[in-house]
Design a protein around this ligand. Structure first.
Ligand code: HEC
Ligand code: HEC
Length: 291
């Protein structure tokens, strides 16, 4: 080890002074290109720190804002305001457009469908199933069988006021609980089960059907129609088709006649914006059975 850096004869480079068995370590300087980039990044970082938000100042609950005073959060908030404003225009347009005219405006229709689908998932799918496929007691909305009507206005009224719900204008009807309330005997109900079964062209006990004819006319036809064709004014289901709200096997029919069902659909006018209800009406109407 010497006080002055020794220069290696062969390469002309200074040595570090470390030596092992006659092999000396060279103190090769960093390549210039590497040094330039390194110093460059430091310079950029310094400039960045001056211009942009950099150091936190936790004791003052703030941070060094930088000369450009840029804020990701404020930029985001401004974007959200812009987005809401553009959506707001669509919402207002939808609320002010007659429902049957929405389909003529492709952009508005697409907006209504997207908003309707999303609102349906949030509010309706729990009962009506994903995409409105229905479940026992909860009508399918994808078919063309309607209890109360399948026009845009019918659907909007149903959603707005509900069925047997809390609204003063709710759709309402009540099938009597013929068995529980003692209006019909067990054997009369058994005969009616056969009768209802036969209405959809299924095999049933002929003698029971004959006995039940008058019972049906007296007790059921007022809502379900002479031939079980249903009545939308009362939300009374068609009994002569193969679609069943509560089930079409004998046991389900017996339960319905004995205890009645009283299905409740909530009203939404207090919970959803008018434009959302419009979007839902357009969406449900387009599911397959709109009239
Ligand atoms: C708590 C369960 C429930 C929820 C949530 C619900 N519904 Fe219903 N909905 C029902 C029931 C039950 C009926 C059938 C009532 C009856 O017996 O008439 C019904 C009936 C309907 C009908 C009438 C169908 C026809 O055949 O006339 C429409 C349309 C409808 N619902 C749409 C919706 C929409 C849209 C939503 C979401 C905003 C929704 N429902 C949320 C239970 C529900
Ligand atoms: C006041 C009107 C009214 C009368 C009278 C009435 N129903 Fe109903 N019925 C309804 C309504 C409304 C529904 C379905 C909605 C609910 O209660 O949830 C229904 C449902 C049914 C269903 C279930 C249909 C399905 O798709 O699952 C059957 C079956 C039925 N009624 C049979 C009868 C028979 C049989 C009688 C006569 C003994 C009768 N109803 C009398 C109104 C009536």
């Amino acid at each position: 080890m010497s006080d002055h850096p020794e220069v290696d004869d062969h390469s002309g480079t200074e040595t570090t002074g470390h030596e092992w068995d006659g092999i000396k370590e060279l103190n090769t300087p960093l390549p210039r290109w590497w040094l330039t980039i390194w110093l460059g990044t430091i310079a950029i970082a310094l400039v960045y720190m001056v211009l942009m938000p950099s150091w936190p100042l936790p004791w003052a609950d703030t941070y060094v804002k930088g000369l450009r005073n840029y804020s990701e959060r404020e930029t985001f908030a401004a974007d959200m305001v812009k987005l809401a404003a553009s959506r707001g225009a669509d919402q207002e347009k939808l609320a002010n457009t007659a429902l049957d005219a929405v389909r003529n405006d492709e952009e508005l229709f697409n907006f209504a469908m997207a908003a309707g689908e999303s609102a349906f998932g949030d509010n309706c799918a729990t009962c009506h199933g994903a995409g409105g496929v229905g479940a026992p007691g909860y009508p399918a909305l994808v078919d063309d069988v309607w209890l109360w009507g399948g026009s845009l206005e019918d659907i909007k009224t149903t959603i707005t006021h509900g069925i047997r719900g809390a609204s003063d204008d709710t759709r309402f009807s009540q099938m009597p609980a013929f068995g529980t309330d003692g209006m019909l005997t067990v054997s009369e109900i058994n005969d009616l089960v056969e009768y209802v079964t036969s209405l959809s062209n299924r095999a049933a006990d002929g003698a029971a059907i004959d006995r039940a004819k008058v019972l049906f006319e007296d007790n059921c036809a007022v809502c379900h129609g002479e031939n079980g064709q249903g009545d939308r004014m009362q939300g009374a289901p068609i009994l002569s088709d193969t679609e069943w709200l509560y089930g079409g096997d004998r046991e389900a029919i017996r339960q319905t006649i004995t205890k009645a069902r009283f299905g409740v659909m909530p009203n939404w006018q207090d919970r959803l914006e008018p434009w959302t209800i419009d979007a839902l009406a357009v969406y449900v109407h387009s599911l397959g059975g709109g009239e």
